[in-house]
Design a protein around this ligand. Sequence first.
Ligand code: GLN
Length: 530
Amino acid sequence: MKYVIVTGGVMSGLGKGITSSSIGRILKNKGYAVTAVKIDPYINIDAGTMNPFQHGEVFVLKDGGEVDLDLGNYERFLDTELSSDHNITTGKIYKAVIEKERRGDYLGGTVQIIPHITNEIKERIRAVAERSGAEICLIEVGGTVGDIESMPFLEAARQMQREEAVHDLALVHVTLVPDDIQGEQKTKPTQHSVKELRELGLYPNIIVARCSSVLSAEVKEKIALFCDVPANAIISAPDVEDVYHVPLIFEKEGLSEYLAEKLELKKDGNQSGWRKLVGRMDEINKSGKKISIAVVGKYIDIRDAYTSIRESLKHAGIVCGCKVGIEWIDSDSLDTPELVRRSLESFDGILVPGGFGGRGIEGKIRAIEYARKNDVPFLGLCLGMQLAVVEFARDVLGLHDANSSEFGSTAHPVIDLLPEQHDVTDMGGSMRLGNYEAVLVEGSLARRLYGDTRIVERHRHRYEVNPKYIDQFESNGMVFSGKNKNRMEIMEIPSHRFFIGCQFHPEFKSRPGKPAPLFKGFVEAAAENQ
Ligand code: GLN
Protein backbone atom coordinates (compact mmCIF):
# COMPACT_ATOMS: atom_id res chain seq x y z
CA MET A 1 0.00 0.00 0.00
CA LYS A 2 1.19 3.48 -0.81
CA TYR A 3 0.05 6.57 1.08
CA VAL A 4 -0.27 10.20 0.10
CA ILE A 5 -0.83 12.36 3.17
CA VAL A 6 -2.18 15.86 2.61
CA THR A 7 -1.80 18.53 5.29
CA GLY A 8 -2.63 22.21 5.17
CA GLY A 9 -1.00 25.35 6.44
CA VAL A 10 -1.40 29.13 6.69
CA MET A 11 -5.19 29.14 6.90
CA SER A 12 -8.26 27.03 6.42
CA GLY A 13 -10.35 27.07 3.28
CA LEU A 14 -7.43 26.68 0.87
CA GLY A 15 -9.05 23.77 -0.92
CA LYS A 16 -7.24 20.84 0.65
CA GLY A 17 -10.20 18.62 -0.16
CA ILE A 18 -10.10 19.51 -3.85
CA THR A 19 -6.32 19.14 -3.81
CA SER A 20 -6.58 15.64 -2.32
CA SER A 21 -9.39 14.67 -4.70
CA SER A 22 -7.44 15.97 -7.69
CA ILE A 23 -4.30 14.08 -6.70
CA GLY A 24 -6.51 11.01 -6.37
CA ARG A 25 -7.94 11.58 -9.83
CA ILE A 26 -4.47 11.92 -11.36
CA LEU A 27 -3.40 8.63 -9.80
CA LYS A 28 -6.61 6.94 -10.88
CA ASN A 29 -6.08 8.20 -14.41
CA LYS A 30 -2.62 6.66 -14.33
CA GLY A 31 -4.34 3.34 -13.76
CA TYR A 32 -4.17 2.89 -9.98
CA ALA A 33 -6.95 1.84 -7.64
CA VAL A 34 -7.19 4.79 -5.28
CA THR A 35 -9.09 5.34 -2.06
CA ALA A 36 -9.23 8.22 0.39
CA VAL A 37 -9.57 8.81 4.11
CA LYS A 38 -10.61 12.11 5.64
CA ILE A 39 -9.48 12.99 9.11
CA ASP A 40 -11.63 15.52 10.92
CA PRO A 41 -10.00 16.60 14.16
CA TYR A 42 -13.28 17.64 15.81
CA ILE A 43 -14.70 15.73 18.76
CA ASN A 44 -18.05 14.94 17.14
CA ILE A 45 -18.31 11.24 16.26
CA ASP A 46 -19.60 12.21 12.82
CA ALA A 47 -21.10 15.15 10.96
CA GLY A 48 -24.69 13.94 11.53
CA THR A 49 -25.38 16.43 14.28
CA MET A 50 -23.55 19.32 12.66
CA ASN A 51 -25.26 22.40 11.33
CA PRO A 52 -24.70 22.81 7.58
CA PHE A 53 -24.81 26.54 8.24
CA GLN A 54 -21.49 26.29 10.09
CA HIS A 55 -19.93 23.28 8.55
CA GLY A 56 -21.26 22.90 5.04
CA GLU A 57 -23.26 20.02 3.68
CA VAL A 58 -23.56 16.74 5.57
CA PHE A 59 -22.67 14.13 2.96
CA VAL A 60 -24.38 10.74 3.27
CA LEU A 61 -22.61 7.52 2.32
CA LYS A 62 -24.15 4.28 1.10
CA ASP A 63 -23.87 2.70 4.56
CA GLY A 64 -25.64 5.66 6.12
CA GLY A 65 -22.50 7.39 7.39
CA GLU A 66 -23.10 11.13 7.80
CA VAL A 67 -19.76 12.68 6.96
CA ASP A 68 -17.79 15.72 5.94
CA LEU A 69 -18.51 17.09 2.48
CA ASP A 70 -14.95 16.30 1.39
CA LEU A 71 -15.96 12.65 1.13
CA GLY A 72 -18.42 13.83 -1.50
CA ASN A 73 -15.51 15.38 -3.39
CA TYR A 74 -13.55 12.13 -3.17
CA GLU A 75 -16.53 10.10 -4.40
CA ARG A 76 -17.12 12.46 -7.31
CA PHE A 77 -13.49 12.85 -8.37
CA LEU A 78 -12.64 9.18 -7.90
CA ASP A 79 -16.02 7.87 -9.07
CA THR A 80 -16.19 5.54 -6.11
CA GLU A 81 -18.41 4.75 -3.14
CA LEU A 82 -16.84 5.02 0.31
CA SER A 83 -18.01 3.82 3.72
CA SER A 84 -18.15 5.55 7.12
CA ASP A 85 -14.78 4.23 8.22
CA HIS A 86 -13.21 6.48 5.57
CA ASN A 87 -14.00 9.40 7.86
CA ILE A 88 -11.93 9.38 11.04
CA THR A 89 -12.74 11.91 13.76
CA THR A 90 -11.22 12.62 17.15
CA GLY A 91 -14.56 11.49 18.60
CA LYS A 92 -14.36 8.06 16.93
CA ILE A 93 -10.74 7.54 17.96
CA TYR A 94 -11.18 8.50 21.62
CA LYS A 95 -14.42 6.54 21.90
CA ALA A 96 -12.68 3.39 20.64
CA VAL A 97 -9.67 3.87 22.91
CA ILE A 98 -11.82 4.55 25.98
CA GLU A 99 -13.94 1.47 25.24
CA LYS A 100 -10.79 -0.64 24.95
CA GLU A 101 -9.52 0.79 28.23
CA ARG A 102 -12.81 -0.08 29.98
CA ARG A 103 -12.60 -3.61 28.61
CA GLY A 104 -9.14 -3.94 30.07
CA ASP A 105 -7.47 -4.33 26.69
CA TYR A 106 -4.50 -2.21 27.78
CA LEU A 107 -3.66 -4.62 30.62
CA GLY A 108 -3.44 -2.01 33.32
CA GLY A 109 -1.13 0.29 31.38
CA THR A 110 -1.44 4.06 31.49
CA VAL A 111 -3.43 5.01 28.41
CA GLN A 112 -1.82 7.95 26.64
CA ILE A 113 -2.04 10.00 23.47
CA ILE A 114 1.27 8.49 22.36
CA PRO A 115 1.18 5.55 21.74
CA HIS A 116 -2.47 4.57 22.33
CA ILE A 117 -4.30 7.30 20.47
CA THR A 118 -1.70 7.49 17.70
CA ASN A 119 -1.69 3.69 17.33
CA GLU A 120 -5.47 3.68 17.06
CA ILE A 121 -5.22 6.33 14.31
CA LYS A 122 -2.57 4.43 12.36
CA GLU A 123 -4.33 1.08 12.73
CA ARG A 124 -7.57 2.54 11.45
CA ILE A 125 -5.97 4.22 8.47
CA ARG A 126 -4.11 1.06 7.49
CA ALA A 127 -7.12 -1.18 8.02
CA VAL A 128 -9.41 1.02 5.90
CA ALA A 129 -6.78 1.24 3.17
CA GLU A 130 -6.31 -2.54 3.09
CA ARG A 131 -10.03 -3.32 3.19
CA SER A 132 -10.73 -0.98 0.30
CA GLY A 133 -8.55 -3.06 -2.02
CA ALA A 134 -6.84 0.10 -3.28
CA GLU A 135 -3.19 0.42 -4.22
CA ILE A 136 -2.87 4.00 -3.09
CA CYS A 137 -4.62 5.64 -0.15
CA LEU A 138 -4.94 9.39 0.23
CA ILE A 139 -5.15 10.72 3.76
CA GLU A 140 -6.35 14.26 4.19
CA VAL A 141 -5.71 15.74 7.61
CA GLY A 142 -8.38 18.36 8.26
CA GLY A 143 -7.57 21.61 10.00
CA THR A 144 -4.38 23.61 9.78
CA VAL A 145 -0.92 22.64 11.01
CA GLY A 146 -0.54 24.15 14.46
CA ASP A 147 -4.14 23.51 15.56
CA ILE A 148 -4.24 21.80 18.94
CA GLU A 149 -6.88 19.38 17.65
CA SER A 150 -4.80 18.01 14.80
CA MET A 151 -1.69 17.26 16.88
CA PRO A 152 -2.32 13.52 17.51
CA PHE A 153 -3.09 13.02 13.81
CA LEU A 154 0.05 14.82 12.69
CA GLU A 155 2.05 12.78 15.18
CA ALA A 156 0.51 9.62 13.70
CA ALA A 157 1.48 10.91 10.24
CA ARG A 158 5.03 11.50 11.48
CA GLN A 159 5.23 7.94 12.72
CA MET A 160 3.87 6.62 9.45
CA GLN A 161 6.47 8.62 7.53
CA ARG A 162 9.08 6.81 9.63
CA GLU A 163 7.53 3.37 9.41
CA GLU A 164 6.67 3.19 5.72
CA ALA A 165 9.31 2.73 3.03
CA VAL A 166 10.51 5.96 1.42
CA HIS A 167 8.81 5.07 -1.86
CA ASP A 168 5.53 4.19 -0.12
CA LEU A 169 4.61 7.53 1.40
CA ALA A 170 4.48 11.07 0.10
CA LEU A 171 3.57 14.09 2.16
CA VAL A 172 1.87 16.94 0.36
CA HIS A 173 1.55 20.26 2.16
CA VAL A 174 -0.98 22.78 0.88
CA THR A 175 -0.14 26.43 1.56
CA LEU A 176 -0.90 29.91 0.36
CA VAL A 177 1.25 32.25 -1.72
CA PRO A 178 -0.60 35.56 -1.62
CA ASP A 179 0.08 38.59 -3.81
CA ASP A 180 1.10 41.82 -2.11
CA ILE A 181 -0.38 45.16 -3.19
CA GLN A 182 2.18 45.44 -6.00
CA GLY A 183 1.10 42.02 -7.24
CA GLU A 184 4.30 40.30 -6.07
CA GLN A 185 3.98 36.67 -4.96
CA LYS A 186 4.94 36.36 -1.29
CA THR A 187 6.51 33.17 0.03
CA LYS A 188 6.84 33.99 3.72
CA PRO A 189 3.55 32.39 4.87
CA THR A 190 4.62 29.18 3.11
CA GLN A 191 8.06 29.29 4.71
CA HIS A 192 6.52 29.71 8.16
CA SER A 193 4.01 26.99 7.59
CA VAL A 194 6.63 24.47 6.46
CA LYS A 195 8.79 25.45 9.42
CA GLU A 196 5.89 24.67 11.74
CA LEU A 197 5.38 21.32 10.04
CA ARG A 198 9.07 20.48 10.39
CA GLU A 199 8.99 21.32 14.07
CA LEU A 200 6.52 18.46 14.34
CA GLY A 201 8.96 16.18 12.57
CA LEU A 202 7.11 16.13 9.27
CA TYR A 203 9.01 16.81 6.06
CA PRO A 204 6.90 17.69 3.05
CA ASN A 205 7.81 16.05 -0.25
CA ILE A 206 5.53 18.25 -2.31
CA ILE A 207 4.19 21.74 -1.73
CA VAL A 208 0.96 22.75 -3.39
CA ALA A 209 0.77 26.53 -3.35
CA ARG A 210 -2.60 28.17 -3.68
CA CYS A 211 -2.12 31.40 -5.60
CA SER A 212 -3.98 33.77 -7.86
CA SER A 213 -1.80 32.89 -10.85
CA VAL A 214 0.88 30.27 -11.60
CA LEU A 215 4.07 30.74 -9.55
CA SER A 216 7.10 32.14 -11.36
CA ALA A 217 10.28 30.07 -11.57
CA GLU A 218 12.02 32.46 -9.15
CA VAL A 219 9.30 32.09 -6.57
CA LYS A 220 9.48 28.31 -6.86
CA GLU A 221 13.27 28.46 -6.44
CA LYS A 222 12.88 30.59 -3.36
CA ILE A 223 10.37 28.21 -1.76
CA ALA A 224 12.59 25.28 -2.72
CA LEU A 225 15.58 26.88 -1.01
CA PHE A 226 13.78 27.75 2.22
CA CYS A 227 11.62 24.66 2.48
CA ASP A 228 14.02 21.96 1.33
CA VAL A 229 11.73 20.69 -1.39
CA PRO A 230 12.97 20.45 -4.99
CA ALA A 231 11.62 23.19 -7.25
CA ASN A 232 9.88 20.63 -9.46
CA ALA A 233 7.93 19.46 -6.41
CA ILE A 234 6.42 22.90 -5.90
CA ILE A 235 3.10 22.92 -7.61
CA SER A 236 1.05 26.03 -8.36
CA ALA A 237 -2.64 25.80 -7.66
CA PRO A 238 -3.99 28.98 -9.22
CA ASP A 239 -7.64 30.01 -8.95
CA VAL A 240 -9.71 28.23 -11.59
CA GLU A 241 -13.12 28.63 -13.09
CA ASP A 242 -14.14 25.13 -12.09
CA VAL A 243 -12.67 22.59 -9.67
CA TYR A 244 -12.57 19.91 -12.38
CA HIS A 245 -9.68 21.84 -13.96
CA VAL A 246 -7.45 21.20 -10.95
CA PRO A 247 -6.21 17.68 -11.90
CA LEU A 248 -5.20 18.99 -15.33
CA ILE A 249 -3.36 21.94 -13.84
CA PHE A 250 -1.54 19.67 -11.42
CA GLU A 251 -0.57 17.44 -14.31
CA LYS A 252 0.78 20.39 -16.25
CA GLU A 253 2.67 21.61 -13.18
CA GLY A 254 4.45 18.27 -12.99
CA LEU A 255 2.78 16.86 -9.89
CA SER A 256 2.02 13.57 -11.57
CA GLU A 257 5.61 13.17 -12.73
CA TYR A 258 7.06 14.01 -9.35
CA LEU A 259 4.69 11.69 -7.49
CA ALA A 260 5.54 8.88 -9.91
CA GLU A 261 9.22 9.40 -9.17
CA LYS A 262 8.77 9.62 -5.41
CA LEU A 263 6.39 6.66 -5.11
CA GLU A 264 8.09 4.64 -7.85
CA LEU A 265 4.87 4.37 -9.82
CA LYS A 266 5.17 2.36 -13.03
CA LYS A 267 1.70 2.61 -14.52
CA ASP A 268 1.42 5.44 -16.99
CA GLY A 269 -2.21 5.80 -17.97
CA ASN A 270 -3.03 9.29 -19.17
CA GLN A 271 -5.51 12.02 -18.35
CA SER A 272 -7.27 11.97 -21.74
CA GLY A 273 -10.67 10.83 -20.42
CA TRP A 274 -10.73 13.53 -17.79
CA ARG A 275 -9.39 16.10 -20.27
CA LYS A 276 -12.25 15.27 -22.63
CA LEU A 277 -14.84 15.76 -19.92
CA VAL A 278 -13.37 19.10 -18.85
CA GLY A 279 -13.03 20.12 -22.50
CA ARG A 280 -16.70 19.43 -23.05
CA MET A 281 -17.61 21.49 -20.00
CA ASP A 282 -15.50 24.41 -21.25
CA GLU A 283 -17.03 24.22 -24.72
CA ILE A 284 -20.52 24.34 -23.27
CA ASN A 285 -19.60 27.29 -21.07
CA LYS A 286 -18.20 29.14 -24.10
CA SER A 287 -21.18 28.29 -26.30
CA GLY A 288 -23.36 30.53 -24.15
CA LYS A 289 -26.09 27.89 -23.87
CA LYS A 290 -27.33 28.44 -20.38
CA ILE A 291 -30.37 27.70 -18.29
CA SER A 292 -31.13 29.11 -14.89
CA ILE A 293 -32.37 27.18 -11.94
CA ALA A 294 -33.74 28.58 -8.71
CA VAL A 295 -32.76 26.58 -5.66
CA VAL A 296 -35.19 27.63 -2.94
CA GLY A 297 -33.62 26.82 0.39
CA LYS A 298 -32.68 27.92 3.83
CA TYR A 299 -28.90 27.97 3.96
CA ILE A 300 -28.50 30.14 0.91
CA ASP A 301 -25.78 32.33 2.36
CA ILE A 302 -23.41 29.40 2.66
CA ARG A 303 -22.98 27.73 -0.70
CA ASP A 304 -21.18 24.75 0.83
CA ALA A 305 -24.45 23.70 2.40
CA TYR A 306 -25.58 22.49 -1.04
CA THR A 307 -22.34 21.34 -2.65
CA SER A 308 -23.69 18.05 -3.97
CA ILE A 309 -26.74 19.70 -5.50
CA ARG A 310 -24.56 22.27 -7.23
CA GLU A 311 -22.30 19.53 -8.58
CA SER A 312 -25.24 17.35 -9.66
CA LEU A 313 -26.75 20.21 -11.67
CA LYS A 314 -23.35 20.75 -13.27
CA HIS A 315 -23.00 17.05 -14.16
CA ALA A 316 -26.47 17.06 -15.72
CA GLY A 317 -25.65 20.24 -17.65
CA ILE A 318 -22.46 18.76 -19.11
CA VAL A 319 -24.40 15.78 -20.46
CA CYS A 320 -27.35 17.89 -21.66
CA GLY A 321 -25.10 20.46 -23.38
CA CYS A 322 -25.98 23.53 -21.34
CA LYS A 323 -24.41 25.48 -18.52
CA VAL A 324 -26.61 25.49 -15.45
CA GLY A 325 -26.73 28.84 -13.70
CA ILE A 326 -27.91 28.51 -10.12
CA GLU A 327 -29.58 31.24 -8.14
CA TRP A 328 -29.96 30.57 -4.42
CA ILE A 329 -33.26 31.95 -3.20
CA ASP A 330 -33.93 32.35 0.50
CA SER A 331 -37.33 30.80 1.11
CA ASP A 332 -37.85 33.21 4.02
CA SER A 333 -38.10 35.99 1.46
CA LEU A 334 -41.04 34.39 -0.38
CA ASP A 335 -43.73 35.91 1.82
CA THR A 336 -46.53 36.53 -0.66
CA PRO A 337 -47.59 35.00 -3.99
CA GLU A 338 -46.59 38.29 -5.64
CA LEU A 339 -43.05 38.09 -4.23
CA VAL A 340 -42.89 34.45 -5.32
CA ARG A 341 -43.86 35.32 -8.86
CA ARG A 342 -41.40 38.20 -9.05
CA SER A 343 -38.58 36.10 -7.61
CA LEU A 344 -39.18 33.00 -9.71
CA GLU A 345 -40.64 34.02 -13.06
CA SER A 346 -37.30 34.28 -14.86
CA PHE A 347 -36.20 30.71 -14.05
CA ASP A 348 -36.33 27.64 -16.25
CA GLY A 349 -36.68 25.25 -13.34
CA ILE A 350 -37.24 25.25 -9.58
CA LEU A 351 -35.52 22.94 -7.14
CA VAL A 352 -36.41 22.60 -3.46
CA PRO A 353 -33.69 20.77 -1.52
CA GLY A 354 -33.79 18.79 1.71
CA GLY A 355 -33.76 20.29 5.14
CA PHE A 356 -34.78 20.03 8.76
CA GLY A 357 -36.91 22.27 10.93
CA GLY A 358 -39.75 24.63 10.25
CA ARG A 359 -37.93 27.78 9.17
CA GLY A 360 -38.78 28.93 5.67
CA ILE A 361 -41.29 26.13 5.09
CA GLU A 362 -44.19 28.30 3.93
CA GLY A 363 -41.98 30.10 1.41
CA LYS A 364 -40.89 26.77 -0.04
CA ILE A 365 -44.52 25.66 -0.28
CA ARG A 366 -45.36 28.87 -2.15
CA ALA A 367 -42.48 28.23 -4.56
CA ILE A 368 -43.74 24.68 -5.18
CA GLU A 369 -47.27 25.94 -5.78
CA TYR A 370 -45.88 28.42 -8.29
CA ALA A 371 -43.99 25.64 -10.11
CA ARG A 372 -47.02 23.34 -10.17
CA LYS A 373 -49.51 25.93 -11.37
CA ASN A 374 -47.23 27.48 -13.98
CA ASP A 375 -45.92 24.23 -15.43
CA VAL A 376 -42.33 25.09 -14.43
CA PRO A 377 -40.07 22.01 -14.18
CA PHE A 378 -39.77 21.07 -10.53
CA LEU A 379 -37.48 18.77 -8.59
CA GLY A 380 -38.09 18.24 -4.88
CA LEU A 381 -35.48 16.47 -2.80
CA CYS A 382 -36.45 14.86 0.50
CA LEU A 383 -38.03 17.78 2.41
CA GLY A 384 -38.67 19.28 -1.04
CA MET A 385 -40.76 16.24 -1.94
CA GLN A 386 -42.56 16.24 1.41
CA LEU A 387 -43.54 19.87 0.94
CA ALA A 388 -44.76 19.15 -2.59
CA VAL A 389 -47.07 16.58 -1.01
CA VAL A 390 -48.22 19.11 1.61
CA GLU A 391 -48.84 21.77 -1.06
CA PHE A 392 -50.90 19.34 -3.15
CA ALA A 393 -52.91 18.28 -0.10
CA ARG A 394 -53.74 21.86 0.78
CA ASP A 395 -54.54 23.12 -2.68
CA VAL A 396 -55.83 20.12 -4.64
CA LEU A 397 -57.27 17.90 -1.91
CA GLY A 398 -58.60 20.92 -0.05
CA LEU A 399 -57.03 19.88 3.27
CA HIS A 400 -56.17 23.46 4.18
CA ASP A 401 -54.27 22.73 7.36
CA ALA A 402 -52.31 19.78 5.92
CA ASN A 403 -48.70 19.74 7.05
CA SER A 404 -45.83 17.54 8.08
CA SER A 405 -46.02 16.58 11.74
CA GLU A 406 -42.36 17.63 11.92
CA PHE A 407 -43.69 21.19 12.10
CA GLY A 408 -46.31 20.77 14.82
CA SER A 409 -49.56 18.94 15.29
CA THR A 410 -52.14 19.19 12.54
CA ALA A 411 -55.48 17.59 11.69
CA HIS A 412 -53.99 16.34 8.43
CA PRO A 413 -50.45 15.06 8.92
CA VAL A 414 -49.91 14.04 5.28
CA ILE A 415 -46.23 13.70 6.15
CA ASP A 416 -45.75 11.84 9.41
CA LEU A 417 -43.64 9.37 11.31
CA LEU A 418 -44.68 5.80 10.56
CA PRO A 419 -46.42 4.10 13.52
CA GLU A 420 -43.32 2.06 14.38
CA GLN A 421 -41.24 5.24 14.66
CA HIS A 422 -43.53 7.04 17.09
CA ASP A 423 -42.01 5.46 20.19
CA VAL A 424 -38.37 6.03 19.28
CA THR A 425 -37.15 8.80 21.55
CA ASP A 426 -33.54 8.93 20.38
CA MET A 427 -33.62 11.33 17.43
CA GLY A 428 -30.50 9.81 15.88
CA GLY A 429 -32.00 6.34 16.23
CA SER A 430 -35.13 7.15 14.29
CA MET A 431 -33.33 8.48 11.23
CA ARG A 432 -33.48 6.41 8.05
CA LEU A 433 -29.98 6.62 6.63
CA GLY A 434 -28.09 5.37 3.60
CA ASN A 435 -29.00 2.98 0.82
CA TYR A 436 -32.54 1.71 0.40
CA GLU A 437 -34.22 0.24 -2.61
CA ALA A 438 -37.23 1.60 -4.46
CA VAL A 439 -39.36 -0.25 -6.97
CA LEU A 440 -40.45 1.95 -9.86
CA VAL A 441 -43.92 1.96 -11.39
CA GLU A 442 -44.23 0.90 -15.03
CA GLY A 443 -44.98 3.80 -17.36
CA SER A 444 -43.93 6.52 -14.88
CA LEU A 445 -41.53 9.39 -15.47
CA ALA A 446 -39.23 7.94 -12.80
CA ARG A 447 -39.14 4.62 -14.60
CA ARG A 448 -38.30 6.33 -17.88
CA LEU A 449 -35.53 8.48 -16.33
CA TYR A 450 -33.87 5.59 -14.52
CA GLY A 451 -34.46 3.09 -17.32
CA ASP A 452 -34.79 0.46 -14.62
CA THR A 453 -37.40 -1.14 -12.37
CA ARG A 454 -35.39 -1.18 -9.16
CA ILE A 455 -33.06 1.52 -7.92
CA VAL A 456 -30.94 2.08 -4.84
CA GLU A 457 -30.49 5.59 -3.51
CA ARG A 458 -29.19 7.23 -0.33
CA HIS A 459 -31.53 8.51 2.37
CA ARG A 460 -31.45 10.84 5.34
CA HIS A 461 -34.86 11.49 6.82
CA ARG A 462 -37.32 10.60 9.55
CA TYR A 463 -40.71 11.48 8.12
CA GLU A 464 -42.67 9.71 5.38
CA VAL A 465 -45.71 10.26 3.22
CA ASN A 466 -48.58 9.17 5.48
CA PRO A 467 -49.93 5.92 3.96
CA LYS A 468 -53.47 6.88 5.04
CA TYR A 469 -53.66 9.59 2.39
CA ILE A 470 -52.19 7.76 -0.55
CA ASP A 471 -55.47 6.79 -2.23
CA GLN A 472 -56.70 10.34 -1.95
CA PHE A 473 -53.54 11.66 -3.61
CA GLU A 474 -53.55 9.05 -6.33
CA SER A 475 -57.17 9.60 -7.26
CA ASN A 476 -56.46 13.33 -7.68
CA GLY A 477 -53.57 13.29 -10.11
CA MET A 478 -50.47 12.49 -8.08
CA VAL A 479 -48.62 9.24 -8.69
CA PHE A 480 -46.26 7.56 -6.26
CA SER A 481 -43.96 6.10 -8.84
CA GLY A 482 -41.26 4.74 -6.54
CA LYS A 483 -42.04 2.69 -3.46
CA ASN A 484 -40.37 0.67 -0.78
CA LYS A 485 -43.26 -1.29 0.79
CA ASN A 486 -45.33 1.31 2.68
CA ARG A 487 -42.76 4.06 2.14
CA MET A 488 -43.30 6.41 -0.79
CA GLU A 489 -39.95 7.05 -2.42
CA ILE A 490 -40.95 9.11 -5.47
CA MET A 491 -43.99 11.26 -6.29
CA GLU A 492 -44.83 12.82 -9.62
CA ILE A 493 -47.66 14.69 -11.33
CA PRO A 494 -48.08 13.20 -14.83
CA SER A 495 -50.21 16.08 -16.16
CA HIS A 496 -47.35 18.52 -15.47
CA ARG A 497 -44.43 19.07 -17.86
CA PHE A 498 -41.94 17.83 -15.25
CA PHE A 499 -42.87 17.64 -11.59
CA ILE A 500 -41.09 15.07 -9.50
CA GLY A 501 -40.00 14.66 -5.92
CA CYS A 502 -38.02 11.97 -4.16
CA GLN A 503 -37.66 10.99 -0.53
CA PHE A 504 -33.98 10.16 -1.10
CA HIS A 505 -30.97 12.25 -2.10
CA PRO A 506 -29.95 11.48 -5.69
CA GLU A 507 -27.34 14.24 -5.46
CA PHE A 508 -25.03 11.98 -3.47
CA LYS A 509 -24.63 9.53 -6.35
CA SER A 510 -24.17 11.96 -9.22
CA ARG A 511 -20.72 11.86 -10.86
CA PRO A 512 -18.97 13.84 -13.58
CA GLY A 513 -19.91 12.06 -16.79
CA LYS A 514 -22.65 10.09 -15.00
CA PRO A 515 -25.34 12.50 -13.83
CA ALA A 516 -28.08 11.34 -11.48
CA PRO A 517 -31.10 10.42 -13.65
CA LEU A 518 -33.52 12.75 -11.84
CA PHE A 519 -31.13 15.69 -12.24
CA LYS A 520 -30.57 14.89 -15.88
CA GLY A 521 -34.32 14.74 -16.51
CA PHE A 522 -34.83 17.98 -14.61
CA VAL A 523 -32.13 19.88 -16.51
CA GLU A 524 -33.41 18.53 -19.84
CA ALA A 525 -36.93 19.65 -18.98
CA ALA A 526 -35.67 23.07 -17.87
CA ALA A 527 -33.73 23.45 -21.13
CA GLU A 528 -36.88 22.63 -23.11
CA ASN A 529 -38.88 25.05 -21.01
CA GLN A 530 -36.47 27.89 -21.82
N1 GLN B 1 -36.86 16.83 7.82
C1 GLN B 1 -37.38 15.83 6.93
C2 GLN B 1 -37.37 14.45 7.55
O1 GLN B 1 -36.69 14.24 8.54
C3 GLN B 1 -36.63 15.85 5.62
C4 GLN B 1 -35.20 15.47 5.77
C5 GLN B 1 -34.34 15.89 4.59
O2 GLN B 1 -34.75 16.70 3.77
N2 GLN B 1 -33.13 15.40 4.52
O3 GLN B 1 -38.01 13.55 7.09
